[in-house]
Design a protein around this ligand. Structure first.
Ligand SMILES: Cc1cc2nc3c(=O)[nH]c(=O)nc-3n(C[C@H](O)[C@H](O)[C@H](O)COP(=O)(O)OP(=O)(O)OC[C@H]3O[C@@H](n4cnc5c(N)ncnc54)[C@H](O)[C@@H]3O)c2cc1C
Length: 403
């Protein structure tokens, strides 16, 4: 028998963005139906959550649930480890330069997902159906999701948090443009004999970044971006050989390295939709933007999507999925998403490119950051909160690269 559930808002997708969206909307007083399976318990990734995202998670009661298992990020360093003709200087960002103790917290994804699941279970105004949406019908006044357990959920607004291959986005008729990179990220955690001093180091290499991010104790997480075939080779090495490769790559900066069990590979791609809301559907998280993991931007941006959809829906409580509400959401998200996506994709391309102008642009940009403390401070604030700084870097990179 088909059961129909009427909700004020239906959220499709139970990755971090979908769960945060469901909680945010429930806290704003909406009755929410959440559709999607329980999150995977084996995600080895960690997420560097910056201060604005942490402030929002705190308002939802999530921060105190994850803080004990997360590590503060007080210093962030970019090291040019390419062997190209033009190399960039080492740039160090210190949270103390902008009067903060830390930029944010590096949190294991499993810890964050567990905290979100528990908070959702405690929230009376969220009805979670642990099934995927098999079919969407989009009407003038509502969106109807039919789940593979045959539940039907009807609501005036649907939030597409169903990831990069979003079916909800497709049902709303929103087109996308994207590309696959010849890059994959090898992800793992490792122990080391020296203290990390709450410092994250991003080594820029010809195949992409090699990023170490602190975890509690003498441990760190690693995102190592290489060609797909290299990622597969590295993942097959035994623990001792892989530990040695990582230690060499970091020039023994953290002493002896010992990799922990569990290695995962994530193929990299980028994707942007032509709009961020249409036909009763609003996009959040990777349904709205996919780009390579450089500078810890993805989920931080996804959390800002959530904050904006909660604000927009609250401004139009009688019909949160109306044409006016969706146009307002699209307008709010467009500058932030376009600036971040373009900046990250250009930075990634400038690493891969052998073209001299691309190297010069990257080197000049990082050189300015190293030399000028006001520019650095501006960039650090920008890195945490949206504004015009990213747009400025984008236009300078674009000019230099295509000149
Ligand atoms: C290696 C790596 C490192 C990263 N590090 C950082 C970082 O440090 N900081 C940062 O901010 N970001 C980081 N990111 C980006 C971040 O991981 C993503 O932005 C984030 O995971 C996106 O979450 P999401 O919920 O939007 O999508 P997903 O995690 O893809 O979740 C989508 C969910 O939708 C569900 N779903 C799919 N189809 C359906 C359906 N039909 N019905 C119902 N449910 C459905 C899926 O089961 C899944 O649970 C990193 C990414 C990578 C690859």
């Amino acid at each position: 028998m088909v059961k129909t559930l009427n909700a004020e808002i239906v959220v499709a997708g139970t990755g971090p963005t979908g769960m945060i969206a469901a909680l945010g909307l429930a806290h704003a007083g909406f009755f929410v139906a959440l559709a999607g399976p329980r999150p995977r318990g084996d995600d080895r990734r960690t997420t560097a959550l910056m201060r604005p995202a942490l402030t929002y998670l705190d308002s939802l009661g999530i921060l105190q649930r994850v803080a004990g298992e997360a590590a503060p990020l007080s210093v962030m360093r970019i090291v040019d480890a390419t062997s190209r003709l033009i190399r960039s200087p080492i740039v160090t960002f210190r949270a103390s330069e902008i009067g903060e103790e830390s930029f944010g917290l590096n949190t294991p994804n499993t810890v964050l997902n567990e905290a979100l699941e528990t908070a959702i279970a405690e929230q009376k105004t969220i009805e979670w159906r642990q099934a995927t949406v098999a079919h969407w019908e989009i009407g003038d006044k509502s969106a109807v999701a039919t789940l593979d357990d045959r539940t039907r959920i009807e609501a005036p607004l649907a939030i597409a948090a169903d990831g990069r291959d979003s079916r909800a986005r497709e049902a709303a008729g929103i087109k996308t443009a994207g590309r696959s990179y010849r890059q994959s990220a090898l992800v793992l955690n490792f122990a080391h004999t020296r203290e990390h001093g709450s410092t994250s180091t991003e080594f820029h290499t010809e195949t992409g970044p090699f990023t170490q991010v602190p975890l509690p104790g003498n441990r760190s997480s690693l995102v190592w971006v290489v060609r797909p075939e290299t990622a597969a080779e590295l993942a097959l090495l035994d623990d001792a050989a892989l530990s040695m490769r990582i230690e060499e790559k970091m020039q023994s900066m953290l002493g002896r390295v010992t990799v922990e069990p569990g290695r995962q590979i994530y193929p990299l791609s980028s994707l942007l939709p032509t709009c961020f809301a249409k036909n009763r559907v609003a996009l959040v998280g990777e349904a709205a933007h996919v780009f390579p993991p450089i500078g810890a931007q993805g989920l931080n941006l996804g959390i800002r999507d959530v904050e904006d959809i909660v604000r927009t829906a609250s401004d139009d409580r009688l019909d949160p999925g109306s044409v006016t509400a969706l146009a307002a959401y699209d307008g709010r998200r467009r500058p932030d998403i376009l600036a971040r996506s373009t900046a990250v994709n250009l930075l990634n391309l400038s690493l891969l490119s052998d073209l001299l102008p691309a190297q010069m642009a990257r080197s000049a940009g990082l050189g300015a950051l190293k030399a000028l403390s006001p520019v650095r401070a501006f960039f650090m604030r920008e890195g945490m909160q949206p504004g015009s700084g990213f747009a400025r870097i984008v236009s300078s990179l674009r000019e230099q690269m295509w000149r």
